[in-house]
Design a protein around this ligand. Structure first.
Ligand code: SF4
Length: 329
């Protein structure tokens, strides 16, 4: 067997999205209710030692891109030290982070020192009041100054904005204008059904509507070449420093080239964001499984990856969907 994770459709799965915690200091409406979710007990989380053991296997089997997510990853104690250790893993060519931006400047410096270059920040509005209404936290100034500091420090900064009717559609054009003077990639995402409430309305502002809206104001916008395995369709306004993209996260137009695996902080391995856990690696480890047994179970699980997000969702249609804070995005 080649030391790679290949699914039944021949897709090579070399990108792991690792959630290190389900906890978050924000309460974004599209992710969890204001009162939060039933956060898991810390003993239920994979320890940093268990994570390191698993990451050594993932990287040995061809995972070369690792994204650290949460909840909010920086609420977990000892994260920066852990990142320092795993950034040395053989075979890892890229380590990136997704955060809500409420991290300190010293943490940013530490990330730069360990060679992390790519950071995604969830920012759904450039208006302080709307930011508060969406996140239920009055943290706009901290987040925005952290973003400007990261751009200054030369990070590849991507801003993820979940667009929704009656929430922040009036932010789309200001975000595009932000790319005029800042070397930043803004991505507009469709809302997804992982809000921890069990209720969801199909988004009206989908990738087609968002593109039409921007195009009507920027007829000269030009499409950029697609990056391999990318979920974002990217554009640039001539003369602008930055770029923007649209991610059809609910319409799921990009599953054919999906190379993603997801590991939750409690060890649930998902081969698709919309699907059920294929395996629980924490339970496997804590049941005494050795390295070879873990690898065998992993290969068995990834091989059965669903064709696309619709197939994955249909299999678990009756099961209430977890919050994005648990799934890790
Ligand atoms: S919906 Fe599932 S199959 Fe499609 S891109 Fe996302 S994770 Fe991959």
């Amino acid at each position: 067997m080649p030391k790679q994770f290949i699914d039944q459709y021949g897709r090579i799965l070399n990108y792991l999205r690792l959630s290190v915690t389900d906890r978050c200091n924000f309460r974004c409406y599209y992710c969890m209710p204001e009162e939060g979710i039933d956060f898991v007990d810390r003993k239920q989380l994979l320890s940093y030692e268990e994570l390191q053991f698993l990451l050594e296997i993932f990287t040995e089997y061809g995972v070369n891109k690792l994204r650290i997510t949460g909840g909010e990853p920086f609420v977990r104690r000892g994260l920066v030290e852990f990142l320092g250790r795993i950034s040395q893993l053989d075979g890892l060519s890229e380590m990136a982070i997704t955060t809500n931006g409420s991290l300190s400047f010293s943490q940013i410096d530490a990330l730069a020192d360990m060679g992390i270059r790519s950071i995604n920040i969830s920012l759904d509005s450039l208006d302080k009041k709307r930011f508060f209404e969406i996140t239920r936290r009055d943290k706009f100034d901290e987040v925005f100054s952290a973003i400007l500091y990261m751009i200054d420090r030369g990070f590849e900064v991507k801003l993820n904005a979940v667009i929704a009717d009656n929430k922040n559609t009036q932010d789309i054009l200001p975000f595009v204008e932000l790319t005029k003077h800042h070397c930043v990639s803004v991505r507009f995402l469709e809302e997804m059904p992982f809000n921890g409430t069990g209720t969801f309305e199909v988004p009206t502002w989908n990738h087609v509507v968002i593109k039409k809206h921007v195009l009507s104001h920027y007829p000269t916008m030009r499409r950029l070449p697609d990056e391999a395995n990318s979920t974002s369709v990217n554009y640039q306004i001539p003369g602008y420093k930055g770029t923007f993209g649209i991610i059809a996260s609910y319409s799921r137009t990009f599953c054919g080239t999906c190379n993603r695996l997801r590991l939750s902080a409690t060890g649930e391995l998902r081969t698709c964001l919309y699907g059920a856990p294929a395996l629980n690696l924490r339970d496997l480890l804590r049941s005494g499984a050795n390295r070879d047994e873990v690898i065998q179970e992993l290969q068995r699980a990834v091989c059965k990856k669903e064709k696309d997000g619709f197939e994955a969702e249909s299999i678990v249609a009756q099961t209430p969907k977890k919050s994005m804070s648990f799934l890790g995005g």
